[in-house]
Ligand binder design. Structure first.
Ligand SMILES: [Zn+2]
Ligand SMILES: [Zn+2]
Length: 349
């Protein structure tokens, strides 16, 4: 089988190897599709983590069970499964309270260096992942590519559930990468009006299928003024920062209404994580700043269901599909800003 090893910054090597042995308590999966995520791109730019010469990434994937371990009674050969990265411990303070995404001992399929991910033709899934990871059956009739999208959609669903977006709200989405587009789609599906703020003309164009009500170019238009006009001078119920730019967080606090919320969905660059928010606005206007990260496993199940029922136009998110042999090109494309989700398809050889 072939795997895409990241061996240096921006450098993959496709290596041929024997398939991994099937774990007694797990399954061997033939990977069918694997999405390229923002966090994959960050690691690709940085190269393998310290102490590791080569890693196999990919955490938004789906595939078919081709072999089962003798102690696995959960899945059988031929089962179609979708995977997400988090593996929680089950025994820490947060796990005991069901807050699995905040587990103190989180490991990540396709991210933690010694847990290979979906950028390979096959992946061994052990009992720990089946038990404490995020694995759900792909609904009948749903393609493997769309099933892989359940991973990024899950985190978006979890945030909207947490902040409680609802019918009649005005939501400002700042940034229309793949995650921003999913926020637009989910906010619309929850009955909100959506104002998109995105500086790149190409990205504004790519967001059109997700039907934002208003689109603003923040470099050439006054976002605050637009939001105020749209909301009877009140401000938006929610602003979502779906980008790694601190200045948008500063602005987000200025465009929400009293008792409005600002969701910090994306992190900032590790070397420069500080942000600047007007504390008086937060204080006097009782604004809530909400950090969100990952999700409870149930949102992955919900995401698969929502995608398969067509409740959001998920297929419009996949702008490029490439084979594993073109993994380098796929990452270049995803990093180039002219793509939404780049999907890598494994081909049987
Ligand atoms: Zn991801
Ligand atoms: Zn835990």
């Amino acid at each position: 089988m072939r795997s895409a090893y990241l061996v240096a910054p921006r450098t993959f090597e496709i290596r041929e190897s024997e398939p991994p042995p099937v774990p007694d308590d797990g399954v061997l999966v033939r990977v069918k599709a694997c999405g390229v995520c923002g966090s994959d791109l960050r690691r690709w730019k940085e190269g393998p983590p310290a102490g590791h010469s080569a890693v196999v990434g990919g955490h938004e994937f789906s595939g078919e069970v081709i072999q089962t371990g003798k102690l696995n009674f959960r899945y059988k050969t031929g089962d179609r499964l979708a995977f997400a990265p988090d593996i929680h411990c089950g025994y820490c303070f947060y796990c005991k309270r069901g807050l699995y995404n905040l587990c103190n001992n989180l490991k990540f399929l396709g991210i933690t260096p010694d847990i290979p991910g979906g950028l390979a033709e096959m992946v061994a899934i052990d009992g720990e992942v089946l038990e404490n990871g995020i694995v759900h059956p792909v609904p009948d009739g749903l393609s493997y590519e769309l099933a892989a999208l359940a991973e990024p959609l899950s985190s978006v669903l979890a945030m909207h559930d947490r902040v409680g977006t609802t019918l009649g709200d005005t939501v400002v989405v700042m940034g229309s990468g793949p995650i921003g587009c999913l926020h637009i789609a989910v906010a619309k599906a929850r009955g909100c009006s959506v104002i998109l703020s995105e500086p790149s003309p190409e990205r504004r164009e790519m967001a059109v299928p997700f039907a934002p009500d208003l689109v603003v170019d923040p470099f050439n238009q006054d976002l605050k003024d637009t939001v105020l006009q749209f909301t009877d001078l009140r401000g938006a119920e929610l602003a979502i920062c779906a980008n790694p730019v601190a200045a948008t967080q500063t602005q987000a606090v200025e465009i929400v209404r009293k008792r409005g919320k600002v969701a910090l969905f994306g992190g900032l660059p590790k070397a420069n994580p500080m942000t600047s928010l007007n504390a008086n606005l937060i204080h006097y206007n009782e604004i809530e700043i909400v950090g969100t990260f990952s999700y409870h496993p149930r949102f992955h199940e919900m995401a698969l269901d929502i995608i398969s029922k067509g409740n959001i136009p998920a297929s419009r998110l996949i702008t490029h599909t490439m084979p594993l042999s073109q993994v380098s090109e796929a990452f270049e494309t995803a990093a180039g800003g002219l793509a939404l989700k780049v999907m890598i398809q494994m081909q049987d050889i």
